[in-house]
Design a protein around this ligand. Structure first.
Ligand code: ADP
Ligand code: G6P
Length: 355
């Protein structure tokens, strides 16, 4: 008997601390798949889920087992595994992956309480984003691809100041204190997940300005694991070589402090990786095509697609530097991975029939 290959869901994990650019990344990713993701219609207005034709993005805060009061009483933070229900996370991601809808809880960020659950249908691509997508081994094994956004403390601080002081009226001291208070749990439970990621986007202060502490100009590294099925790393000029490139000159306008690219093979934890690095920022986004034309293995569908995506979302944070560029590239690699996985599944039954 030949059964129709069931439409299986591809599962992507995106890990980062909060305030580190996950939602921005998700907007870039869903745009690559053609269409903005919206909150589910007719459900709880405080739902954290975003749905488009192709993708459903679930926020893992929904698997908090302790609400805000519960965390206060027990003296644990949201980063602590004891505040999260990994059994339920595993059960539901597994169900969705095999095509079964689930009633997922909702963590209400306004009230700090757990609301009535919402029905989530199995999508083509499920993204689980949050603090712990790669923490639990069972959940980790369900991921077809995983990403870690690694924002250095200096940069995290600069972003938080920008947001919390300007928009929320917090003081410098209270921002410092809240980052310090999170640090032990962050180091214990969040940061170690990066060793499992297929791609890491590392965001560091620039090296182009001596003793820079403004955190405006960034050095961003895209660390890509070698040997991952359906994922072949991007490279600059010649695969496997070590390259340092300053694209500024006749073809690319750069103002102070300029732009520096690096590419090299490296190791990361116990894995062989390729690293593409960009330090500095673009003056003119339309000239990005010049840089794009020197990168290979981008998984674009047409010449200039990276530049087009970047121009389309020029107003998103990080569009003029490596954060936006590498998020866009990872989005294209995920589309490619998805298409290969689906193509492979479609041919699998006939292969089996031949055997
Ligand atoms: P998360 O979803 O992880 O909480 P967001 O994508 O909402 O993070 O970003 C939180 C804030 O961090 C943004 O409002 C912005 O101020 C800052 N931010 C995020 N990404 C960048 C970036 N690439 N460059 C500069 N600032 C950024
Ligand atoms: C969510 C976020 C955490 C944040 C928490 C606030 O769970 O993902 O990063 O720390 O909310 O928790 P609190 O106990 O301060 O309300």
């Amino acid at each position: 008997i030949i059964t129709c290959a069931a439409q299986q869901t591809v599962v992507i994990g995106l890990a980062a601390d909060s305030g580190c650019g996950k939602s921005t990344f998700m907007r870039r990713l869903t745009s690559v798949f053609g269409g903005a993701a919206e909150p589910p219609k007719g459900g709880n207005p405080d739902s954290n889920t975003l749905i488009s034709d192709m993708t459903t993005v679930i926020c893992l805060d929904d698997y908090h087992s302790l609400d805000r009061t519960g965390r206060k009483e027990k003296g644990v933070t949201a980063l602590d595994p004891r505040a999260n229900d990994f059994d339920l996370m595993y059960e539901q991601v597994k169900a969705l992956k095999s095509g079964i809808a689930v009633e997922k809880p909702i963590y209400n960020h306004v009230t700090g309480l757990l609301d009535a659950p919402e029905l989530i249908q199995p999508p083509k691509i499920l993204v689980i984003e949050g603090l712990h997508p790669m923490f639990d081994e069972r959940v980790r094994d369900l991921l077809d691809f995983s990403i870690y956004l690694d924002i250095s403390n200096e940069v995290k601080f600069a972003w938080k100041i920008q947001r919390d002081m300007a928009e929320r009226g917090h003081s410098l001291e209270s921002i410092k204190a809240s980052i310090e208070a999170r640090k032990p749990d962050f180091d214990a439970f969040i940061d170690p997940q990066k060793q499992y990621a297929d791609a890491v986007i590392e965001v560091l202060p620039t090296q182009l300005i001596p003793d820079d502490n403004e955190g405006k100009v960034l050095r961003v590294r895209l660390i890509m694991k070698e040997g991952v099925k359906y994922f072949s790393p991007v490279y600059l000029f010649d695969e496997g070589s070590t390259i340092s490139w300053i694209p500024c000159g006749r073809k690319l306008t750069c103002s102070y402090p300029g732009i520096n690219f690096n590419y090299q093979p490296d190791s990361y934890f116990d894995n062989e990786v390729s690293v593409v690095e960009m330090d500095g920022q673009f003056d003119r986004l339309d000239e990005l095509i010049y840089v794009e034309s020197h990168l290979s293995n981008l998984s674009t569908k047409f010449y200039g697609e990276v530049t087009q995506q970047m121009l389309k979302h020029a107003d998103f944070p990080g569009s003029n530097n490596g954060t936006g560029l590498f998020q866009t590239i990872v989005g294209l690699k995920i589309r490619d991975l998805y298409e290969q996985l689906i193509a492979n599944k479609a041919t699998a039954p006939s292969e089996a029939a031949k055997a």
